[in-house]
Each structure stands twice: as C-alpha cells, then as structure tokens.
Write a protein that binds this ligand. Sequence first.
Ligand code: ADP
Length: 152
Amino acid sequence: MEHSERSFIMIKPDGVQRQLIGEIVSRFERRGYKLVAAKMMTPSVQLAKQHYAEHDGKPFFESLVNFLTSGPVFAMVWEGKDIVATGRKMIGKTKPLESDPGTIRGDFGIDVGRNIIHGSDSVDSANREIKLWFHAEDLNSWKPVTQGWIYE
Ligand code: ADP
C-alpha cells in the first residue's frame, strides 16, 4: 500500500500529566498523518524494559523505567509517507539543548528525563515497538477522505 509506513509514537507520563495529548495529536493530524491506533495505559515494568532494551545497563536505565511506569502513557500508531523520519523531526532531538523551537520537545520540554514523547527511530524499531504495544487487530486500516488533498 502506498504511504503505509507506520511509527510508534508515545506520549510519556509527563506529557499526559501536563495535558499535552490534544496538542500533540493535533500536530500529527494537521501535518496530514493518519492515526491507526491509540490507547491510554500504565505500562508494566516488563513492558518498559522491553521497550527500552537497548538502554539496559546504562546509568539512566532504572530511572527511565521508573519514570515510564509511573503513570499512564498515551500510545499511538501513526501512518503516512516517511512517518518515522518526519515524526522524529516533529519530536525534536534527545538532548534538550539541540531540540529546536517548533518541535514538540523544543516547545514543551527542558530536561532529557522529562522529554514528553517517544517516537521510533527506524522502520525496524517501529515494527518491533508496534508489535510490543499493540495487537494486530487493534491497528485500523482506513482511508481518510482528505487523502487526495495531502498526497499528489
Ligand atoms: P530518543 O527518545 O530521542 O530516541 P534515546 O533512545 O537515546 O532517545 O533514549 C531514550 C530515552 O531515555 C530518552 O527519550 C530519555 O527519556 C532517556 N534518556 C536518554 N539519555 C538520557 C540521559 N543521558 N539521562 C537521562 N535520561 C536519558
């Protein structure tokens, strides 16, 4: 299917507490991306550790897992042309000083450990993360009526 790339995007507990769900969903919608799944949930320690497995052993790993499991997150799957790379640009860099204004982290965050949102960093990690957080039947395939006004 054309423009069917998907990314796992998650508003972390700080973003939920700060009531940024609507703002963030709106940014992806207005850009032209399509929401195919969403749920609010408090992740288990096991899920958080699996999600961040690549950071296991790093000094911030334990606090990262504690933070992610501290309250509800808003987990989503977004779809569209180059959503993985564009999503990362919309989110901004990991380091707060490098997160430009106009990006989600650059507009709403100050500290690396409270950076509002996660977005898959490659198509391979997106596929892994989507499988980890969602069942296949929770992913909605649908064609927005706006499609022809977003893609040429
Ligand atoms: P990103 O979320 O931008 O893909 P990473 O995968 O490198 O970044 O790191 C995952 C998460 O771990 C970051 O979003 C951040 O919450 C946390 N993190 C990364 N580096 C640090 C650090 N040096 N100190 C504290 N937390 C960190």
